[in-house]
Design a protein around this ligand. Structure first.
Ligand SMILES: *Cc1c(COP(=O)(O)O)cnc(C)c1O
Length: 426
């Protein structure tokens, strides 16, 4: 029997129906939103030293529930995790010119939050199997000006927080984790996000659960929690009334989450374990089905970790296969595979960092006298991350579609068809 021809070469695609868009909402969220709207109180925050400084009943109930779920002392909500990251960096007393080491494989907000305080992001390379910060690269990037490490738990699993914590403690550095993509992922039985001085999560529409926009920071430290609450809500107006002694970085914003979002968040949080589990089930089915495809390395879950599978992150060995990644990608897209992409952004290569243009046109903060040395963002400074982006990385966005058993099986069939026809692509 002749092999079925690749869709790229005029054959019939394996997948002809669009997969269902991922949707974590049900009637519970509608009811939660409706009851807040009916109450007429859509936000109860007051930017003054008053009982309502900490927000209304839904905000506070959501924070309590989040802290209980993740086993932390404090959860502080924000109107986005971008806002939460800004508050986290500020709360840690990062000062202008301080260096913060961060992964280049993350969403722009991780590094922008550092720049927000006129501190300097320093990018350290990633581990080629987990795509999270490589602790050895972090150690090599430490200078006398380093004040903190921001680990990013990318794609669904935790960075190596045991080693990063040891490095941070050894050098007297603060540790932040950006766990936007990895809620309920575990490391050594503890939740990602709770293994740093401050960690946090995104409730943006694209994540496992969402409130439209929103974010939550977590910490066990009373003072850091309070400093984040201050930055969230017009700090400078209340420090006097509250008797705050350390007023550095107490430049406040309005980073407050609303009552509707918080009420929805309470419902979403209840669903989070099952939603993460459904991704793990789909990913395990993919592992089974893609097993044995030459040159395709499935996601590696580091020892001691569980994976929340925001992204099914694969590595290709194009040389072994004799087919360049972009051609494989086109062949997969032609077969109707959905949510598949290649590469991942390297933050240090963005124009902002290449040109060192952030605040105004003259290179502030890098060229100003708060900057204590010349930081190098040249191509080649994060070779693992750059090469993965260029040649080898391929992923399936697990939060873009509902990956039912049937959708997973169709995806597997399309991959196997392409791999059976590699000769036609060579
Ligand atoms: C989504 C995301 C953010 C930003 O979260 P928002 O809530 O969209 O502001 C930050 N870091 C990472 C790794 C993310 O994936």
């Amino acid at each position: 029997m002749p092999r079925p021809k690749l869709a790229l070469h005029g054959g019939t695609p394996v997948i002809t129906e669009p997969f269902r868009r991922y949707n974590s909402f049900g009637p519970e969220e509608t009811e939660a939103a409706r009851s807040v709207v009916e109450s007429g109180v859509l936000s109860q925050f007051l930017g003054a030293w008053h009982d309502d400084f900490y927000g209304g009943p839904k905000v506070q109930a959501f924070e309590t529930a989040w802290a209980e779920t993740f086993g932390v002392k404090h959860a502080v909500t924000f109107n986005s995790w971008t806002s939460g990251l800004v508050a986290a960096v500020g709360a840690l007393d990062i000062a202008p010119g301080d260096e913060v080491i961060v992964s280049p494989w993350t969403m722009t907000a991780s590094a922008a939050a550092i720049l927000h305080w006129n501190a300097i992001p320093v990018f350290a390379d990633i581990d080629p199997t987990t795509f999270c910060l490589d602790p050895a690269a972090v150690e090599a990037a430490i200078t006398p000006f380093t004040r903190a490490i921001m680990a990013v738990d990318i794609f669904g699993q935790s960075a190596d927080m045991t080693r990063l914590r040891a490095i941070a403690d050894d050098k007297g550095l603060k540790l932040i984790s950006d766990t936007a993509q990895s809620p309920l992922a575990q490391q050594q039985g503890r939740y990602a996000g709770t293994l740093a001085d401050i960690g946090g999560f995104s409730l943006n529409y694209h994540k496992h659960i969402h409130t439209g926009e929103g974010g939550v920071a977590v910490t066990d430290d009373d003072s850091l929690a309070e400093r984040m609450r201050l930055i969230r809500n017009h700090a400078e107006a209340v420090v006097e009334g509250m008797g705050v002694k350390n007023i550095s970085n107490m430049v406040g914003h309005n980073f407050r989450l609303g009552e509707i979002e918080s009420a929805i968040g309470l419902e979403q949080l209840k669903k989070l374990p099952a939603l993460v589990l459904s991704r793990q089930v789909a990913a395990n089915r993919l592992h089974e089905g893609l097993r044995g495809l030459a040159g395709l390395v499935p996601p590696r879950v580091a020892e001691g970790n569980t994976h929340a599978y925001y992204t099914y992150a694969m590595t290709l060995q194009p040389e072994l296969m004799g087919v360049p990644r972009e051609l494989l990608h086109r062949a997969l897209l032609s077969e109707g595979v959905q949510g598949v992409g290649t590469g991942y952004q390297n933050l240090h290569l963005l124009p902002l960092y290449q040109k060192k243009i952030a605040f105004g046109p003259n290179g502030f903060p890098w060229t100003s006298d708060i900057s204590q040395r010349t930081v190098d963002y040249s191509p080649g400074t994060c070779p693992v991350a750059e090469e993965l982006h260029r040649d080898a990385f391929m992923s399936i966005g697990m939060c873009s579609y509902t990956f039912t058993d049937d959708a997973v099986d169709q995806t597997i069939e399309a991959f196997r068809k392409v791999w059976n026809n590699l000769d036609d692509l060579r």
